[in-house]
Design a protein around this ligand. Structure first.
Ligand code: SF4
Ligand code: SF4
Length: 453
């Protein structure tokens, strides 16, 4: 078992059961009891697809939680196995909870594909998240996942990028934007009071992939958007979604909300980050207990609106290789953004090929659920990506486009591990390279083409 030790206050089975029930609403509790063990969900899970063992059937994860809860039923004391309770087998409470932690942190990306196939509507992803939250509250959480959440709360972003490095990167990209567009007035605005849009990032863009920032800036420039970054709240990620810690997730969402209110923006636009979008757009108002006084959209939606309304124009000849699209679980299945990326790609590339299945039925790439932050599960993560690797190979595409930074990282690793020989890009990079800029603006490779160079 590779999760951190228990806190000095410890956690026993009774406390776990009490706290889990207290965190769980009636709908989820009845969902937990609704499983009829039909096994229909098995094939829906990418872990099972890669390695069809009983432990990889989605129902096994919820059953692992259920078996711990049943240890507290009075009639299970003497013959736990008869009543579906987890047998002790000489283990301490701590050992039993560590074993549970290995299942819920290490074998589920909370992608919720299994829920679509379950006739009883069992929401395994949410059951897993709730159980993670109880364990994490007592310190039983993989170090990397804990460090990512804590860095966000301590420094304002999950990679602890300093304010100076953030501003230096924006300055560098602004100079590049001016060079690429031929417009010395082109700007990457920061802390602009009253801007229409507050745009957020994933810290990996600042640290490793600044050309993705340039690609977004070029699109916003071409659309003549009134937008800004904030130095106070620019990280749109929220790993509290993955750790299950509602209080920390709420605090991260609260800071972004407060900054959007302070700047007086009409809209917060989330960079291409699946879980960041889901966290702030859909979960944030629940964590905070109120709706936002502004609109929240993914950059994918905003780009599609620009194209639909004629604010940007694209030339598909700029992207001549066959392209396929990987639907991030938190954008498509859990966020409903399915048609927009396809609309953009239909105008931005010469040849688009769908994976099968796709959209809300798409397989998780294996990088969700915070898996990339939990290095102890790297091998499992790569193995669980096998279904995605097969889909990519079967598409025959040479370029894989997606709208999530975690997915990009995982797809790049799958590319190397399974020798897929593809290029992997964020959607905005492909759109930026296809932009047809006005006469005074000089197009140049900014995203996909430049990062391939
Ligand atoms: S499909 Fe639903 S009811 Fe059937 S085993 Fe899976 S979780 Fe249980
Ligand atoms: S939520 Fe996704 S990863 Fe988790 S059990 Fe269901 S299909 Fe598998």
């Amino acid at each position: 078992m590779s999760v951190q030790g228990l806190s000095p206050h410890g956690l026993n089975l009774k406390q776990f059961s009490q706290e889990f029930r207290a965190k769980t609403g009636p709908a989820l509790l009845s969902s937990l009891d609704a499983c009829v063990r039909c096994g229909v969900c098995a094939e829906s899970c990418h872990y099972y697809q890669a390695d069809p063992r009983p432990e990889h059937v989605p129902a096994y994860r919820a059953e692992a939680v259920r078996r711990i809860l049943r240890t507290q039923d009075p009639w299970t004391r003497w013959f736990p196995g008869w009543f579906g309770a987890e047998p002790r087998r000489g283990r301490s409470d701590e050992e039993m909870l560590r074993a549970l932690g290995d299942v819920i942190f290490g074998t589920c990306t909370q992608c919720r594909r299994c829920t679509l196939s379950c006739p009883m509507g069992v929401d395994t992803g949410t059951i897993v998240r709730t159980a993670r939250g109880v364990l994490a509250r007592h310190g039983l959480i993989p170090e990397g996942l804990k460090a990512t959440v804590d860095a966000h709360l301590k420094t304002g972003n999950n990679m602890a990028v300093s304010r100076e490095d953030f501003l230096d990167t924006l300055q560098w990209m602004e100079e590049q934007l001016q060079s690429d567009t031929g417009d010395p007035q082109a700007r990457i605005p920061v802390n602009k009071q009253g801007a229409r849009v507050l745009y957020t990032l994933n810290p990996r863009e600042v640290k490793y992939f600044p050309l993705t920032i340039l690609a977004a800036a070029k699109i916003l420039y071409a659309a003549q958007e009134d937008w800004t970054f904030s130095t106070e709240a620019w990280d749109g990620t929220n790993y509290g979604l993955f750790s299950g810690e509602d209080d920390k997730a709420a605090e991260i969402a609260r800071r972004l909300e407060a900054e959007a209110v302070r700047l007086g923006v009409q809209e917060v636009v989330m960079t291409e980050c699946g879980h960041g979008y889901r966290s702030f757009r859909w979960e944030g108002p629940n964590w905070l207990g109120h709706p936002y006084p502004f609109r929240v959209r993914s950059f994918v939606e905003l780009m599609a609106e620009y194209l639909d309304s004629g604010r940007i124009k694209l030339n598909p000849a700029a992207n001549s290789l066959p392209v396929t699209y990987h639907d991030p679980c938190n954008l498509a299945r859990n966020g409903g953004i399915i048609e927009e990326p396809r609309f953009l790609l239909s105008r931005a590339v010469r040849e688009f090929r769908e994976m099968t299945p796709n959209g809300k039925d798409n397989y998780c790439c294996g990088g969700g659920g915070g898996m990339l932050a939990m290095t102890e599960y790297s091998q499992r993560r790569l193995q669980a990506g096998q279904a995605k690797a097969r889909q990519i190979a079967a598409s025959g595409a040479r370029v894989v486009v997606t709208s999530c930074h975690n997915c990009v990282d995982q797809l790049n690793e799958l590319n190397r591990h399974y020798q897929l020989k593809v290029k992997v890009h964020n959607l905005c990079e492909i759109v930026a390279d296809a932009l047809v800029l006005a006469k005074a603006q000089r197009p140049a490779a900014s995203g996909a083409a430049a990062q391939d160079a």
